[in-house]
Structures are given as structure tokens and as C-alpha cells.
Design a protein. Sequence first.
Length: 443
Amino acid sequence: MVGAQWGDEGKGKITDLLSRSADVVVRYQGGVNAGHTVVVNDTTFKLHLIPSGILYPETKCLIASGTVIDPKVLVQELDNLQALGIPADNLRISQTAHVTMPYHRLIDLAEEERKGENKIGTTGRGIGPTYADKSDRTGFRVLDLMCPDRFRAKLDWVLPLKNVLLEKLYGLEALDAEAIQAEYMLYAERLGQYVVDTALFIDQAVRSRKNILFEGAQGTLLDLDHGTYPYVTSSNPISGGACVGSGVGPTIIDRVIGVTKAYTTRVGEGPFPTELKDEVGQHLGDVGAEFGTTTGRARRCGWFDAVIGRYAVRINGLDCLAITKLDVLDELDEIKVCVAYKIDGQKVTEIPLDVHLFGRCEPIYETLPGWKTFTSDCRTVEELPKAAYNYLKFLAAQTGIPVAIVSLGAARGQTIIVEDPIHGPKRGLLYDGDLAVHPLGAE
Ligand code: GDP
Ligand code: IMO
Ligand code: MG
């Protein structure tokens, strides 16, 4: 299951839903930049690193190799869950995931400031610097964290380098190796019980014919390779990232589900062709409560972008969509969908890979009527107002794949399962073979 836009599509809610039939849920990339909200009855859970499957007592939850782990935040997350009566016995952490260090957080924040106008608008959680050190082979893995001598020896050659940056480039105070060692060994003590070879764990689950859900964080357009670089995160949220980040071959994945909002949001900097800076954008933000789960920042809001939708289908090999937050459109007179772009008067039907060109794309819209009806109580597509049903059908036709799930509110029950996305046939009700656009993007 992957995000099909710029993150915050409602993946937490959909993972929670799909976890009911999953034996194992795996987070395969990203770190505590993610914020996944799950609402169960009167309790709102905000998860950053622990897979949303943790709310089911039988489900095993894995934080796999491709993630970066801030142990300070993970320990807090475990404490918060335990305070709410959720045990974490089913959690497993990869030995080879990388560890976010105190200097990663400081460098992330300081570098954003130094970039000034060119800043990315990161979550400030040290994600980029942690992945940079992983590539540079100066990173700390969970294995190092679990071995005090090895951790200290590595710190003694890595920290002097980081302290030069902190002091000389950013004008910050140098960090003390002794203090980091003491703090991190406490985390090691707390987390040690969960550490395993997660790739082997998954292999054993595959061999026992278990259902495994790979839960993406962030979204397709935040992908380091295939997103709107440099306004991206430092990992691969796309479906291919699930193989690399978990240590499984692509042949074990049966289905790929894309989660998308019925409109679009983005936090942080970077181009966003359908962004609405008017009262409609404000309305979407207010009704959709569009504030970041991790940073509290207001999310930028705009219309659904079918060019992005088709791109997400192509890059992830999506089988079907879970469309969230349809209810947020309930009060609108009319709803627009971007079906193509214009650059200098020329029609373009694919996202330009050059972010400067992408920034110059003007949306070409089709306008659909609104339904002006409260939808959160609908439980089948037939109960939906005709215009809402037609809107979903339009999105299916534009993206070329069926809609399997429709979400109409944050609560578990506020959902229409059009088709079981895991076990059902690969054609959802809203796909009638009459596609405006071929799944591979050709008109
Ligand atoms: P994620 O990062 O993809 O898991 O998404 P977030 O949790 O960051 O943001 C989605 C927000 O929308 C959360 O506050 C959810 O509780 C909420 N949400 C999810 N689905 C729906 C829905 O269908 N309708 C409404 N109104 N809110 C929803
Ligand atoms: P979930 O999993 C939305 C964005 C940041 C910034 C860019 C880089 O909740 O969907 P980073 O801290 O990763 O270096 O920031 O990526 N970003 C997200 N936006 N949802 C997320 O996660 C995000 N994680 C990172 O806002 O633009
Ligand atoms: Mg989020």
C-alpha cells in the first residue's frame, strides 16, 4: 500500500483497515517524518514509525531495513502506546535499519536555514542527513547500537567530522561523545528485545503463506528518484521501495494499492500545479483539518490531479485505488479535476521530470457538479449521491484503475469497501472497461 500523491493521503486509516486481514505489516522506508493517524472509537493514535497494524493484537509489525530509526522518538511512541493499553510485543526492528543521531536532527534544521529561499521544507527530523550517512557508509545501524564498544569506536571517528560542520559551518555547539553514548545505550537497552533479521522473518511468513502488508510512508511524488526532486524525501516510498527496503523479491507481491485523497495536499516547498490559494483551498483545509500530523504545519490544498494519478499508477504498478476524504468535498457547488497541463500554450499529459518545467505547468480542468449532501453515513456506493458516484467513476476512468475503497471520514466505520482489495477480483465496481485513458498513460 503506497501513497499516490505527496503524502498524508490517509494511509494510516487504510493500513488499519487492511491490517484486519494481514498477519504481518511492514514499514519499509522513511522514518519519523511520517505521521499516520488512526481513529478508533474515541481514541486518536498518531504513529510515526510503528506500523498502524500494531492496534491488532495478533498482527506482527516490522520496521524493516530500509527505514531510518530515531530511537528517542520510537521509545516515546512505545511509551504512548503502552499508556493507551496497547502492548508492543508484536513489534520487530531490523538489525540493519539506520539510526538517526542527534547531529542528524541539528544538521537537517541548520541546513534548511542555510538554504534560505531554496529550503525544502523538511520535517526537521534528520531524515535526509541519516540517509546521506547511510549512502556515505558513515551511518550507524541498529547492529552498532546494540554493541556498546562498536558504537563508541565509530562515534569517536564520526563525531569529530560532524562537530566541524556544527561549529564551523553552522555556528552551533559541538556535541559530546560521552553524552551521546550514555543516551543511546539507554535506547539500546529498551529496544534490544525487538531486534531481529526482519528479511528472514518475512521470508518465513511467506513460506507459511501468511498475508503480508507492506505499508508505505510519504508518497509517490516525494520519492527520491521518481518524485519532484529536490522537493522530496530521502527514501523510496514507491512500491519498488518495498522490495529493497524489506529484502524481498518483487515476485512475492500480489497487489499494489494506491491511497489518494479525493483532492490534493502537500506540505513543504515545491511545485503543486492544482494548488488553490483562494477560499476554496481554505475550505478544503478547514473541512479536511489539513494540518501535519508530525509538524502541525498547514498543508497546501488543491484539486485532484489526474496527471499525478496516472503517474502514480505507472510508477507503482497500482492495481486499485483507495480514495479518502471524499466527505471533505460534500459542500462544494462544483469540483474540478486536472486532466492535463499546459506549458507555454502546449498541452502536456505527463509530468515533466524537470522540476522547473513542472513549476510552470498550468492545469487544464474538467468541472464536475458537486453533490451538496452529507456522505459520511453512506456504506455502499449505491447510497452515495449520484454526483459523488460519478465523481469516483470519473477518477477511476482518468487513472485507468478501479476504486476498491472509499473513505468518508476518519473513523474506521466511515468506509465503503467497493471490493476486497486483497482477495477480491482485480476489477472494482467502478471500473467498467470504458477508460478515457489507458493504464499505461497512452490516450
Ligand atoms: P497518512 O500520513 O497518509 O497516514 O495521513 P495522515 O494521517 O497524515 O492524514 C490524514 C488525515 O485525514 C488524518 O487526520 C486522518 O484521521 C484523516 N482522514 C483519513 N481518512 C479520512 C476521510 O475519509 N475523511 C476525513 N474527513 N478525514 C480522514
Ligand atoms: P506521511 O507518511 C507529507 C515532506 C516534507 C518535505 C519533504 C522532505 O505522513 O505521508 P523530510 O523530513 O522527509 O526530509 O522532508 O517531504 N514529507 C511529508 N509530507 N507526509 C509525510 O509523511 C511526509 N514526510 C516527509 O514536508 O516537503
Ligand atoms: Mg501523514
